[in-house]
Design a protein around this ligand. Sequence first.
Ligand SMILES: [Zn+2]
Length: 205
Amino acid sequence: MLIFDDIKVEIESQGFKGTRLGTSPQKEKTVMFLESMRSTDTVLCPVCGDGVYIYENYHVNLKDMPLWKDVEHTCSCTIHRYRCNSCQETFTEDIPFKHPGTRITYRAANWIKGFLQQKVSIKAIQELTGIHWDTIRKVQREIMDTAIWEHEDALKKAGYKPRILAVDEFAIHKGHSYATCVMDPVRRSLPAAERPACAARGIVP
Ligand SMILES: [Zn+2]
């Protein structure tokens, strides 16, 4: 059987090198240490296009899928901060496996999407992965937004125009404010053409 303490790390991927796998004293957390191997010669200033130099190292922790049940797993990434030789602009290196807008890896985000598609609850996903509730909600929102925009795009391409509109109001924030909802009762959706206009008027789809 695979014994955790015997795992030797030899990973190179997307410009990063794995240096070691750490475990917390109570063995409830594991950390994969990754270091950027990117050569400074390949980096140019985003403002003036001149060469840059590394002026400090920067650490970013990204939650990843656990390697073991009930053991949170994190990727601790050491990346570079650069300063331009000419204009002194400073900027931080991108991490190609970081899921945008979150502190989790793409791999973790894909697992979360898979769990959600299998109708696993957010609470259960949180317990399985140790990833924060808000982050899981963010990934869920991303799935819903993609589905909505794909649906609207398909309707636009098909030249669909709603003939009947239904309007309703509902309470939000425990009845302290109200929102208006405009729907297409035939398609059971908010008409695509109305969505930006609604947003501009403060109408929540
Ligand atoms: Zn510059």
